[in-house]
Design a binder for this molecule. Structure first.
Ligand code: FAD
Length: 461
């Protein structure tokens, strides 16, 4: 078969870009070895957020009496929560499968590998050789491992195997406190699992900056999640039903399950990159320019395998750029307004630069913070935990960054994403009428503070 463009990998990078390429009038093939939808749909974004939606309900039930509502008793059945999660994934997977068909993308089921930059061998349910003018590598990433803890899917899990578990442990150790480890900590602690986190860096979600780390630390300590930071796991011993982790400070931590969540690594296994001469960096990520082109003409790479932001929406957007470049458009990938959400409780969302990053880049920047406690809607809904912050350029008022900790931060960050990607100013936000009472008013209030005329806070002295 001859194609204009062939995607290897059908995650949110590959499948979205394949549809876009088809809309651009290209003849498109997609090779997928497991199931279209990739990590995001089957072992990442969607399963974790489906389970977390269940814990939102549990949290609401726990505070119902504060609203004058008596819920005499309630319980949950984790095996049923897992079944619901599987059903949501299945429905969305069928949707993606149908969309690819409707958009006339030829899907090949099997492992794809390079024979040359214009030939892809497929081995699996479909075994064939694809001739193609362009190739997009969208093979994603897999959980990184550490030699002392071998994942067995029973006592020791990674982020993929733990989603198949049907009964909760009593005591869970999470090794690694990046965003994935913290989302699992939030999920399982709400389900009454006793959680201990072990982290090599000085704090949890440390790469997000000190203030975000501190806010989440305070919230996790209130939930009685044990945080053991600045320590390295040195030895791991397991029995049939328990695990013991020895730490570099001489202490030991015990549990009946361990989740290893120590990052992700690029997945290029048996892709035969050498046959096409494709360059990677020292960690194995495929190097690309801002048009998603690799070192080989006609070969592109997108998504986690490039290591450039490792989020589903980045993968999709990179894919759209690659499809448009192949279709002859002069477009480039921009990374300065990509939102990132940590779906813990409280939720955390960021976009653009922090104040420290803005200053490092040479901006004369200021920040303005508005606490959710001062918002009518937050009080009405009892969602007063958290704040918003806007970082702006002093002379022009241009918005450079924003972050929010609090209820629905992941949805609310969209306004700041739009602002940054369109170079909007504080004035644009403060003069936009925001519906009352809503949490979105927090952005308007923060912009007013930054301009020196706060309405719902006392003036600065
Ligand atoms: P993937 O989704 O990994 O897809 C790659 C696909 O390629 C897979 O289907 C694989 O089977 C296939 N493949 C690999 N090699 C071959 C081959 N040789 N031949 C054929 N097929 C091949 N991101 C967010 O934005 N929001 C979230 O809330 C979020 N939550 C997450 C939670 C967890 C627990 C994890 C692990 C990740 C989460 N992510 C989240 C990250 C997100 O899942 C990834 O950024 C995203 O899936 C990357 O998309 P991709 O298309 O690059 O790769």
């Amino acid at each position: 078969m001859k194609y204009d463009i062939t995607f290897i990998g059908g995650g949110p990078g590959g499948y979205v870009a394949a549809i876009k390429a088809s809309l651009e009038g290209l003849k498109v093939a997609l090779v997928e070895k497991k199931k279209v939808g990739g990590t995001c749909l089957h072992a990442g974004c969607i399963p974790t957020k489906t389970l977390l939606s269940g814990t939102d309900i549990i949290r609401t039930l726990k505070i119902a009496k504060d609203f004058g509502i008596n819920v005499s008793d309630f319980s949950f059945d984790y095996s049923k929560m897992k079944l619901r999660k599987d059903a949501v994934v299945e429905t969305l997977w069928k949707g993606v499968t149908g969309l690819l068909k409707a958009h006339k993308v030829d899907v090949y089921h099997g492992h794809g590998s390079f024979v040359s930059p214009t030939q892809i061998k497929v081995l699996g349910t479909d075994t064939t050789l694809i001739e193609t003018k362009n190739v997009v590598i969208a093979t994603g990433s897999v959980a990184a491992s550490i030699p002392i803890c071998g994942v067995d899917g029973k006592i020791i899990h990674d982020s993929t195997t733990i989603l198949q578990m049907t009964a909760l442990p009593k005591k869970l150790i999470i090794l690694g406190a990046g965003y994935i480890g913290c989302e699992f900590a939030s999920l399982f602690s709400e389900l009454n699992v006793n959680v201990s986190m072990v982290e090599f860096l000085p704090g949890i979600v440390w790469t997000q900056g000190k203030s975000i780390s501190k806010m989440l630390t305070d919230a996790f300590l209130k939930k009685k999640i044990e945080l053991l930071c600045n320590v390295k796991a040195q030895e791991c011993k397991t029995t049939e039903s328990s695990v013991e982790l020895s730490l570099s400070n001489g202490s030991k931590v015990h549990g009946d399950m361990l989740l290893v969540s120590v990052g992700r690594k690029p997945y290029t296994k048996d892709l035969n990159l050498n046959a096409a001469g494709i360059a990677t960096d020292e960690h194995g990520f495929i190097t690309v320019d801002n048009k998603m082109r690799t070192s080989v003409p006609g070969v592109f790479a997108i998504g986690d395998v490039t290591g450039l932001s490792m989020l589903a929406h980045t993968a999709s957007h990179q894919g759209i750029i690659a499809a448009e470049v192949v279709a002859g458009k002069n477009v480039t990938m921009q990374y300065d307004s990509i939102p990132a959400v940590i779906f813990t409780h409280p939720e955390i969302a960021t976009v653009g630069l922090s104040l420290a990053q803005a200053k490092e880049k040479g901006f004369q920047a200021d920040s303005a913070i508005f606490p959710l406690t001062a918002l009518g809607k937050a009080r009405a809904a009892n969602d007063t935990e958290g704040q918003v912050e806007i970082i702006s350029e002093r002379t022009t008022g241009r918005i450079l960054g924003a972050f929010m900790v609090g209820h629905d931060a992941g949805n609310l960050i969209a306004e700041m994403t739009l602002a940054i990607s369109n170079e909007l100013t504080l004035e644009c936000i403060s003069e936009t009428i925001h519906a009352h009472p809503t949490l979105s008013e927090a952005w308007m209030e923060a912009a007013q503070i930054a301009q020196g005329h706060p309405i719902h806070l006392p003036p600065r002295r």
